[in-house]
Design a protein around this ligand. Structure first.
Ligand code: MTE
Ligand code: MO
Length: 317
């Protein structure tokens, strides 16, 4: 029932995972041969050497994964600067990802501060290839590695008062050169309703492309919520708190008319300043570049639409 239907994907869009499993070797060969541009070379240097293995999940999309070099060099991580290239340029040298602790607390019977290496072992790792749709109308396809957030939720035993989960991410001016800019009210905060947080698609994520998360993609752990705009997928988590009231998420706080709490991908609800009806896929540049129609719930409607039955999604955007 959870398997995504693949009806309208052309065979040329599909690449079996083994085609990128040897990516590191390919990238190194490309660097040696002088074939990569500056961004690709920077991304190749930022490659973390730590592999992370996981079993393939049937919840993966069959779409072709966006090249590693793009996923790791075109990033949104405002704590490291607001230009897409800033995080890849500054985060790898500055973000200290060990030791790293995550407080899991609030309305739970078993609150606990986890070392990230213990959290990593809490449940079997899976590789999930998900579409990522940024609110800025670009998209990507990323092979993430993690396990359902539901596993952690079960472990800490939420009380009946837990109605939402609030994610708080690192805000350390020593490590993050973007913090002096007041573009957002740091720390970056996001939130989900309890049923969204427990949904099997919501992934507590430790890696991508067969290795631990590069710093610019939210090391050492982040959440990935594939049916929502990318900003819900908070990076570099330090706290996961269970609360009774709906959290005030950072983007909503900064521009409440532009960003809601739910932020479900919805081609029928435009951003006040641009259309959300279509998107550009990272890596689709050049001759055959075309905009793609954006899919309701980013194409995950079969799995998640029931969460919002009866809700006016124009109001609860
Ligand atoms: N802490 C934090 N998390 C964040 C962001 C951010 O600026 N800070 N940007 C968000 C946005 S807008 C997007 S689209 C995704 C991008 O993830 P990626 O760079 O790994 O593709 O991360 C999200 N998580
Ligand atoms: Mo985004």
């Amino acid at each position: 029932m959870l398997i995504h239907r693949q009806t309208d994907i052309a065979p040329s869009e599909i690449t079996p995972p083994r085609h990128w499993r040897d990516r590191r070797a390919l990238v190194q060969a490309a660097v040696a041969a002088g074939l990569l541009g500056a961004a690709g070379q920077a991304a190749a240097r930022n490659t973390s050497s730590q592999k992370l293995t996981a079993k393939q999940s049937p919840l993966s999309t069959m779409e072709r994964a966006t090249p590693y070099e793009l996923v790791t060099s075109y990033c949104n991580f405002y704590e490291f600067g607001t230009e897409k290239a800033d995080p890849a340029r500054t985060a790898p040298a500055r973000l200290r990802t060990r030791p790293w602790q995550v407080a899991v607390d609030g309305e739970v019977r078993r609150p606990r501060t986890f070392d990230v290496d213990d959290l990593l072992k809490l449940a079997p790792l899976e590789e999930r290839i998900y579409r990522l749709r940024c609110v800025e109308a670009w998209s990507a396809v990323v092979p993430w590695i993690g396990y359902p957030l539901a596993e952690l939720i079960r472990h800490v035993e939420p009380t009946g008062n837990a109605k939402f989960v609030e994610f708080t991410t690192l805000a350390d001016p020593q490590q993050m050169p973007g913090l002096p800019s007041r573009v957002l009210d740091w720390p970056y905060v996001e939130g989900l309703r309890m049923d969204e947080a427990r949904h099997p698609l919501t992934l507590l994520t430790f890696g991508l492309y067969g290795e631990v998360l590069p710093s610019q993609n939210g090391a050492p752990l982040r959440v990935v919520v594939p049916w929502k705009y990318g900003f819900k997928s908070a990076k570099s988590l330090v706290r996961i708190r269970f609360v009774e009231r709906q959290p005030v998420n950072s983007w909503h706080k900064s521009a409440p008319k532009e960003y809601g709490f739910y932020s479900n991908v919805n081609p029928n609800v435009d951003h006040p300043r641009w259309s959300q009806a279509s998107e550009r896929r990272l890596g689709d540049d050049g001759l055959f570049n075309r905009r793609r129609p954006t899919l309701m719930f980013n194409g995950y409607g079969d799995q998640v639409a029931a969460l919002y039955a009866g809700m006016d999604l124009k109001r609860w955007f």
